[in-house]
Design a protein around this ligand. Structure first.
Ligand code: NAG
Length: 220
């Protein structure tokens, strides 16, 4: 029964989920791995989107981003801040990573737009492992700290954003706002995540085909 309810909620609320793993060879001989999972919701709900990103810049240096992306102005809608951020476990999980992984430092994206999109409890850190180039500590952090926190935030998203309703019934004008805002969020995400990296990795022609398909799914 619970499963049926969950399945129905998932079908009704989730617009789509995009997950990708990109391995990029860099001109300097190095390589990067970028793992990405994004969950976008439909405009029939105003609950936050899900985003996970792990950018492994080298075997001992990576950037971790995990957030439930707000879809409403939290200055105008304090109940939204309260429901999804203050009354949730997000801040506790952010602190948990901070105390468990001493190597984690706040990361400032070069995109000011991106810094503004992230929620107040968003995790955005860079982690440098000082273990002389071995991958052991990095693997340990990903397995023991990042994996459980990411799973908890995903569970939280499923429970409070996908399976439960938004903060109120969506008014017609609010839906218009969401329909205006969501495509911008999605297209900026593609631009940041794929538009520059894909041509480097696959060449412009193949990149154009893949980006075209992604844009089709994103409907932008
Ligand atoms: C990227 O992934 C490959 C395959 O799992 C792995 O061999 C390599 O070490 C990774 N590189 C980085 C920088 O994490």
């Amino acid at each position: 029964m619970l499963n049926t309810i969950r399945t129905r909620a998932v079908l009704l609320k989730i617009d789509f989920i995009l997950s990708s793993w990109l391995h990029l060879s860099l001109p300097n001989g190095g390589a990067m791995n970028i793992t990405n999972i994004k969950g976008y919701l439909k405009s029939s709900t105003d609950t936050p989107h899900f985003q996970f990103e792990l950018v492994q810049c080298s075997p001992t240096y990576f950037i971790f981003f995990l957030d439930l992306i707000p879809r409403k102005d939290i200055v105008l809608h304090p109940d939204y801040l309260n429901t999804f951020y203050e009354d949730s476990q997000l801040e506790a999980l952010r602190k948990q990573l901070d105390t468990q992984v001493l190597e984690a430092k706040p990361y400032f994206s070069s995109s000011l737009y991106f810094r503004n999109v992230v929620s107040p409890t968003g995790i955005l850190v860079s982690i440098t492992c000082e273990d002389g180039g071995t991958t052991e500590r990095a693997e340990e952090i990903i397995r023991d700290n990042i994996d459980p926190i990411a799973n908890e935030v995903l569970e939280l998203w499923m429970d409070s954003c996908v399976c439960k309703g938004g903060t109120a019934t969506i008014e017609e004008n609010e839906r218009d706002q969401l329909e205006k805002r969501d495509p911008i969020i999605k297209s900026r995400a593609i631009e940041m995540d794929f538009s520059s990296s894909m041509p480097i990795q696959f060449g412009q022609d193949v990149a154009d085909i893949i980006l075209g398909i992604i844009r089709g799914v994103f409907r932008i």
